[in-house]
Design a protein around this ligand. Sequence first.
Ligand SMILES: [Mg+2]
Length: 236
Amino acid sequence: MIAVAFDLDDTLMSERAYAHSGLRHVGGLLEARHGVVGAGARLVAILESGVRGSVFDAYFAEVGLDRAEIPELVRAYRAHAPDVRLYDDAAPLLDALRGRVFLALITDGPAVCQRAKLAALDLAPRFDLVLVTDERGADAWKPHPWSYARVAEAAGCPPDRCVYVGDNPAKDFVTPRALGWRTARVCRADRLREHPTASPAHEAEVTLTGLDGLLPLLGGWFPEPGLIPRVPAGTR
Ligand SMILES: [Mg+2]
């Protein structure tokens, strides 16, 4: 057995698409409450201008609304049922690996957000183990070793038969590399954030532009006959 654990945001699902969905949802609330026109489109435009983490503040400053409303809007953003889907290369890959390897998901972020994403994507049934680190506590977010240890233990795999697939060199790879796992980074063209690497120890072993290259990579790392399919079923 081998274990393959995936990150969610910007690995299996577009974080940008999620942000757009949340901003449109909040924009709808603002339009209904205050009669402002085009709030959702303006919030998305502020995000796309490069603002990260303070989109609501920028919008409220523009239109002169009372900032006291923002914390409640952040809660509404996090709890909304997002309009998101998996990247096109994700479902065929997960289908190809299902039943052949131990499939795990490790995702950080506020638990209410991550659970809303999982529900919208109907993702949990695709995995043998889903770990929302925030449910263990804010300390358990990557790079804390808790989630990686849980995957290895549940799969019953030694470290050199565990793989982590993520996108963020700031936190995704340093711990599994230290534990002796294989690591692959997916660097999506539409990624929401740039992730400057903190040190060589934070880099993944291999960087891919999407998930199409993952099966050949796994096949090279684990060449046992019949373990890793050559291509996703029905996609070639
Ligand atoms: Mg991510």
